[in-house]
Design a binder for this molecule. Structure first.
Ligand SMILES: [Zn+2]
Length: 168
């Protein structure tokens, strides 16, 4: 995939002022980036032009642009299952191009995950410790969810360690 990528960027888009790439520079950066080993715990921010917060790259001679995180997702996971699938960020940071942080999701899945994420950022570590204690005491997930103004699946994810697993 990386061989098809031409690194010329849209120079007149004000958002590209992030950093203007010399011709071929963005392509070279992406190719080198994809060859590297990636740390699952660290975001890798696209250093060049963006549109609506997402990195963009020109992929052919006609000037066709593509979102870099989509190109990275295709590289990591193959073609999207359907046209409608979105390259969703596990880290919720549009600028990130870590292949370990992007995966194909339907718009509905993506929205649901974003709701989860909003719930997750609402909570403090103290909340999570208390939620765990409540779960251990046998309190119902729905009851805990209501108390904290979050969704029941968010409580379920805390119970399984899917979210906040790092907090011991
Ligand atoms: Zn990331």
């Amino acid at each position: 995939m990386s061989d098809e990528i031409d690194g010329q960027l849209e120079l007149f888009n004000p958002e590209t002022l992030r950093r203007r790439a010399r011709k071929g520079e963005a392509r070279a950066w992406l190719a080198a980036h994809l060859r590297r080993e990636h740390d699952p715990d660290r975001c890798i921010d696209w250093p060049f032009g963006t549109s609506r917060g997402y990195g963009q790259i020109v992929i052919d001679e006609d000037g066709t642009r593509e979102y870099v995180h989509r190109a990275v997702c295709r590289w990591a996971h193959g073609e999207p299952p359907t046209e409608r699938h979105q390259a969703a960020h596990a880290c919720h940071r549009p600028i990130c191009v870590n292949p370990l942080h992007v995966r194909w999701r339907t718009p509905a899945e993506n929205t649901a995950e974003n709701v989860e994420h909003c719930d997750a950022v609402k909570l403090t570590t103290t909340d999570v410790v208390r939620i765990r204690a409540a779960l251990e005491a046998g309190e119902l997930q729905a009851v805990i969810a209501e108390r904290y103004g979050i969704s029941q699946p968010t409580v379920s994810n805390i119970a399984t360690g899917e979210t906040w697993g790092w907090l011991r």
